[in-house]
Design a protein around this ligand. Structure first.
Ligand code: CO
Length: 460
C-alpha cells in the first residue's frame, strides 16, 4: 500500500495565508500536545512570515515561541520555511549570518528546514542547505513553482538535481499561488521521482480551486508528502484540508497514518478561533472563496491578502482589479520571477504604485536592487528600458550577491552591547533592526513593570 504523509500547516502557512500571520501563541498553546499525537510527517510552525509577525505585531519573541512549541511537541518533526540567502527577511544576508540563523533554529528545536530561493537561483540556497545538513537537520530543497514562457520541466528538474548535490534529502514543489494544475503536478512529480530520486513533497494553495485534484494526481505519480491545513483553516488562499485528504486517501486505498479522532480534536480547537477572526474582519470572506482569476494573475494567497489590506489602508480597494491586472505586466518586465516572498511583495507594491501613480513613475528601492542583480539571476530577460530608467548607468552584479557582503554577526553583536541578551536576539535584530529594537525596549519595560508590581505587592 502506497503511503502518503502530511505536513500540517495551520501554525504557519494557513495562518499566514488567511489571517496575515496574526495567530498568537496563546491561541494554539493548549492544542499542541494533541497535535503532537496526530501522526503528521511534520508540523510547519515557524519561519516564513511568522518571525516578522511575532516581533512586529504580536510582541512575541519568535525564538521563545519555537522553544515552547518544541517543549509541547516532543514527538513531532518541527518544520520551518527559510528563504535561502534571504533567511526570513526581504534582502540578502552575508553567509555568517545565514549559518548562525540555521544553527540557532536547529538548536532551538527545528528538525526540517525547507529552503528555497524566489528565483530558483541555486547559488542562493547552497550555504543554507550545507549548514542545515551540518547541524543535523533535514534540508528540504524547494522549487519555487510557477508557469511562464521561461519555466520548463527540464529547468525544474535541474534545480532539484543541484539541490540534491548540495545535500537536500527531500524535494518540495512549492506552488505558492495555487496555479499548478493536476497534469503539471503529475508530470513534475514523475520527472522528479525518476530523475532525481528523492522523496517529493507537494505544496499548493486552494486559491484557484485546483489544489485537491492537483495533489491527487501528484500522489498518483508518486508524491510522498502533501501540505494540508486543519479543515477550518483550509481552503481559499490556504491549503487543502487535512481531514478531507486523510479520508479520501484511505478510501482510495492509500496508507495515511494520521489519527482521524485527533485531527477532529485539533480542528475543534481552531474552529472558534477562526470564527473570531472572521467576526473581527481579520479573516476576509474573500480569502476563503475560490478565485480562478489567479490562473491569470498568478498571485499567491499571502500576496492576495496583503494586497487587500494594503489597498484597504490606502482607501483604494476599488482599484484592486486594476492592480491585479498590472501584476503580470510587472512580472514580465522583471523577467518572470515566481511570485513568492520577497518577489511577491516587490511585484505587488510596484504594481500598486504603477496603478496609483502611473507606470514606473515611482520605482521601489527593492525593484532597483533586483534589477541590479542583488537577488540573483532573473529567470528570463529583464525589460532593458526599465533597467535604464531605474539604474541609469549603475553597474550590474552578475556574481552571487552574498559574495559581495562582509561578515556581520560578531560586529553587530558587539555594537548592540547590553541591548541584546543572546545570539538569538542579535539575529532578530539583523533580520528586522527597527522592529527588533522596539521589541527589546518594550520587553524590558514589560519586565520592569512586572518587577515593580511584585515589589508593590510585597510592600502591601
Ligand atoms: Co505556501
Amino acid at each position: 500500500m502506497k503511503k502518503v504523509a502530511f505536513t500540517e500547516t495551520v501554525l504557519r502557512d494557513a495562518n499566514q495565508s488567511l489571517i496575515a500571520t496574526r495567530l498568537s501563541f496563546d491561541k494554539f498553546e493548549k492544542i499542541l500536545p494533541t497535535m503532537d499525537k496526530a501522526g503528521y510527517y511534520s508540523v510547519e510552525c515557524w519561519g516564513g512570515a511568522t518571525f516578522d509577525a511575532c516581533l512586529r505585531f504580536l510582541k512575541e519573541d519568535p525564538w521563545e515561541r519555537l522553544r515552547k512549541i518544541r517543549a509541547a511537541m516532543p514527538n513531532s518533526k518541527l518544520q520551518m520555511l527559510f528563504r535561502g540567502q534571504n533567511m526570513l527577511g526581504y534582502k540578502h544576508y552575508p553567509d555568517d549570518v545565514v549559518r548562525k540563523f540555521i544553527q540557532k533554529s536547529v538548536e532551538n528545536g527545528i528538525d526540517i528546514i525547507r529552503i528555497f530561493d524566489a528565483l530558483n537561483d541555486t547559488r542562493n540556497v547552497k550555504v543554507a542547505i550545507e549548514e542545515t545538513v551540518k547541524r543535523g537537520a533535514v534540508a528540504s530543497g524547494a522549487i519555487s513553482y510557477t508557469t511562464s514562457p521561461v519555466h520548463t520541466l527540464k529547468n525544474f528538474v535541474g534545480v532539484a538535481e543541484e539541490m540534491k548535490k548540495m545535500g537536500a534529502t527531500t524535494i518540495c514543489v512549492k506552488d505558492m499561488a495555487g496555479v499548478m494544475g493536476p497534469q503539471e503536478a503529475y508530470d513534475i512529480t514523475k520527472a522528479l521521482k525518476e530523475e532525481v530520486g528523492l522523496p517529493v513533497i507537494l505544496h499548493t494553495h486552494c486559491t484557484t480551486g485546483l489544489a485537491y485534484a492537483t495533489y491527487l494526481k501528484g500522489i498518483e505519480a508518486g508524491a510522498d508528502v502533501i501540505d494540508t491545513a486543519s479543515s477550518c483553516f483550509s481552503g481559499g488562499t490556504s491549503q487543502p484540508a487535512t481531514e478531507t485528504f486523510a479520508y479520501l486517501l484511505q478510501q482510495l486505498g492509500y496508507q495515511a497514518d494520521v489519527d482521524m479522532a485527533v485531527l477532529k480534536e485539533v480542528n475543534d480547537h481552531f474552529k472558534p478561533i477562526r470564527n473570531q477572526y472572521i467576526a473581527d474582519g481579520v479573516l476576509m470572506p474573500r480569502s476563503l472563496t475560490t478565485d480562478t482569476d489567479a490562473l491569470t494573475y498568478k498571485v499567491p494567497g499571502g500576496m492576495l491578502s496583503n494586497l487587500f489590506s494594503q489597498l484597504k489602508q490606502l482607501n483604494a480597494l476599488d482599484r484592486l482589479e486594476e492592480v491585479l491586472a498590472e501584476v503580470p505586466n510587472v512580472r514580465k518586465d522583471l523577467g518572470y520571477p515566481p511570485l513568492v516572498t520577497p518577489m511577491s511583495q516587490m511585484v505587488g507594491v510596484q504594481a500598486t504604485q504603477n496603478v496609483l501613480q502611473g507606470r514606473y513613475n515611482n520605482i521601489g528601492k527593492e525593484v532597483k536592487s533586483y534589477l541590479r542583480g542583488e537577488y540573483g539571476k532573473a529567470p528570463g530577460e529583464v525589460n532593458q528600458e526599465l533597467v535604464k530608467k531605474a539604474l541609469g548607468d549603475a553597474e550590474i552584479i552578475t556574481c552571487r550577491f552574498a559574495d559581495t557582503l562582509k561578515d556581520e554577526f560578531e560586529e553587530t553583536k558587539a555594537k548592540l552591547g547590553d541591548k541584546v541578551r543572546c545570539d538569538e536576539d542579535v539575529l532578530s535584530y539583523i533580520a528586522f533592526p527597527q522592529v527588533a529594537e522596539t521589541f527589546f525596549a518594550e520587553r524590558k519595560e514589560r519586565e520592569e513593570r512586572k518587577v515593580s508590581y511584585s515589589i508593590e505587592k510585597i510592600e502591601d
